[in-house]
Design a protein around this ligand. Structure first.
Ligand SMILES: [Ca+2]
Length: 474
């Protein structure tokens, strides 16, 4: 425990040492920037036009990418809850204890939750004078078991999909069941959840246009079930090839609708004259579902959700702040761990507690600074990896040469096991992995169990086809 705390302290010093510095916010008449953070559900980077997809229509996100910073190397966890805990707290999954989704079949009483003693970006921004709201999908604890959510995590207002009520799974799309400012509300079939949640936040933005606001929209789209959204079918189908499968056709429609909702926020911010006072960030919580194939020209890629491969963890990250963030792509690594310290720096809010994430605001602003060299990940069942821009090492010894220079190489997962080359890379990454794998929950007074009991079923599923037994040095 002492060692873990020492790591936390070191990380905190590193984060604090970077400090907010001279940020773009300084250019804006002293006003702190508004933050609109949108995180789509089950949306790998490969699904968007601006990341090379040639089938899906995503004009508004492509616009955001042209006008802002598009990160080529942004990463999340392979599944919902761990990413949601990670982005809110800036702590590694193996430190929060949220290593699997919180409505796991093993959590029959649905008592697990994100501990309230862990500060979130909402609580940090709220303490600094921001008004805060969240709409969409929470997935960090049951609302019947813990009705204080998400208010006790720093959100002034909320409108969230109820995944379960009285033990039954509830609708997220047509006829959504919601947890709205502490009240359970059931809507009719004429209501499409993603419209309702985005309208809730648009209203919040309009009401708070004259003060700094933080609007967090963890979207329900494009997670299954595959449904037909109430519009934009012609746009969605405009680039479909004749041989596109039925699942991809429906998902492409949901992606086009998701893109239009992002456009609603961009249009409202412009209408209110807040373009140069508002940072809009878009990302995804994990890779695309495994039953969906994406096409990037001739290159075809199956979704990697729930796997520890590249398609399971690479997500889009686009940041737009006209007049402050210069347009262009960013090659630097960005983990969703880094969201809170980075946003805090841009808003000139000191981080008053230790976190694992880094302040990468310089990267958004197109300035020199300390970049992230490694991305590390922990998942259910004591599964780990660490990667740099070329190599990826897993806890069972598998080493991959997957340079980030092109999609074909990045996603190939070609194993180097059995080859003597790159021993130096293995040694370097092993040292990082060893220090990462000793991280455990900092505070043992709470419980997020059971975890790690079903991990083998998911463990490195990308290798189930036979690589694992033959390649990995043990
Ligand atoms: Ca998800």
């Amino acid at each position: 425990m002492r060692q873990v705390n020492a790591i936390v302290a070191a990380l905190a010093c590193a984060a604090l040492a970077c400090g907010p510095g001279e940020t773009g916010a300084d250019r804006t008449s002293g006003r702190k920037p508004n933050i609109v953070l949108i995180m789509a559900d089950d949306l790998g980077a490969e699904t968007l036009g601006c990341y090379g997809n040639t089938v899906n229509s995503t004009p508004r996100l492509d616009q955001m990418a042209r006008e802002g910073a598009r990160f080529e190397n942004a990463f999340a966890t392979p599944v919902c809850s761990p990413t949601r805990a990670m982005i809110l707290t800036a702590l590694h999954p193996n430190r929060t204890g949220v290593l699997e989704r919180l409505d796991s079949p093993l959590d029959t009483e649905r008592k697990n939750r994100l501990p309230t003693h862990l500060p979130t970006f909402a609580s940090v921004f709220r303490a600094a004078g921001y008004v805060t709201a969240i709409a969409g999908k929470w997935h960090l604890g049951d609302f019947q078991a813990h009705s204080d959510q998400p208010a006790s995590h720093g959100f002034d207002e909320h409108c969230l999909w109820v995944q379960y009520w009285d033990g039954e799974r509830r609708s997220r799309y047509y006829g959504p069941h919601n947890w709205e400012d502490g009240t359970y509300r059931v809507h009719g079939e004429e209501t499409f959840g993603p419209d309702y949640y985005s309208d809730f936040l648009i209203d919040f933005i309009e009401r708070n246009r004259d003060r700094p606001f933080l609007a967090y929209y963890p979207m329900n789209l494009i997670h299954g079930p595959l449904v037909e959204p109430p519009g934009l079918k012609a746009l969605a189908e405009s680039k479909y090839p004749d041989d596109l499968g039925p699942n991809e056709r429906r998902a492409g429609h949901m992606i086009a609708y998701m893109d239009a909702i992002v456009g609603k926020f961009l249009d409202k911010i412009e209408e209110l004259g807040l373009d140069e006072d508002t940072l809009v960030v878009f990302t995804g919580d994990n890779g695309t579902a495994g039953n969906l194939e994406s096409r990037l020209g001739a290159f075809k890629l199956m979704g990697g959700k729930r796997t520890m491969n590249e398609a399971g963890t690479r997500v889009p990250l686009i940041a737009r702040w006209p007049g402050t963030i210069p347009a262009g792509t960013r090659d630097a690594f960005f983990s969703l761990l880094d969201v809170m310290p980075t946003l805090s720096a841009l808003a000139r809010i000191p981080m008053g507690h230790p976190v694992d994430g880094m302040d990468l605001s310089h990267s958004l602003l197109g300035k020199p600074g300390q970049d992230r060299e490694y991305f590390s990940m922990a998942f259910e069942g004591d599964v780990y990896f660490v990667r740099d821009k070329r190599f990826r090492l897993h806890e069972d010894g598998r080493l991959y040469d997957i340079p980030v220079s092109a999609n074909e190489t990045r996603y190939s997962m070609d194993s180097l096991a059995g080859k003597s080359a790159h021993a130096d890379a293995r040694e370097r990454l092993q040292a990082r992995l060893d220090s990462y794998m000793v991280i455990r929950k900092t505070d043992e007074s709470y419980s997020i169990v059971p975890f790690g009991t079903d991990g083998d079923r998911f463990k490195n599923a990308q290798d189930a086809a036979g690589q694992a037994d033959t390649d990995a040095p043990r």
